[in-house]
Design a protein around this ligand. Structure first.
Ligand SMILES: [Zn+2]
Length: 109
């Protein structure tokens, strides 16, 4: 059983589903970016419940406002640079990943 068409909190695409494993534990999976996030307790579900609507609004605003999209793309690039500055080995983020970050509303084929 799953609840589909949720906005992914990782890539902001509407391709995420809330699922249950064999033991009834909640996890999300995204068909856009491949992220899987497990919620080991009910406390973990608060952000999932409240932030998916917020993430959806951010993605919609980025689709309609190029300035807002560029601003968020710069924040994303700065975040990746921050990760690179502290990680060893560096995180694997390709130029294509960065390009995709500017279009969260696009559906992945
Ligand atoms: Zn995703």
């Amino acid at each position: 059983m799953q609840l589909s068409d949720r906005t992914c909190l990782h890539c902001l695409r509407p391709l995420s589903a809330i699922c249950f494993d064999k033991r009834g534990k909640v996890y999300t999976k995204c068909y856009g970016c491949g992220a899987r996030t497990f919620a080991p307790s009910g406390e973990c579900l608060r952000g999932l419940a409240l932030l998916t609507d917020f993430a959806s609004k951010i993605a919609a605003e980025m689709d309609h406002d190029p300035k807002y999209a560029r601003e968020n793309a710069r924040k994303f690039a700065a975040f990746i640079e921050e990760l690179r500055s502290v990680a060893a080995p560096p995180p694997v983020v390709s130029a294509q990943d960065l390009a995709n970050a500017t279009a969260p509303g696009e559906r992945v084929a």
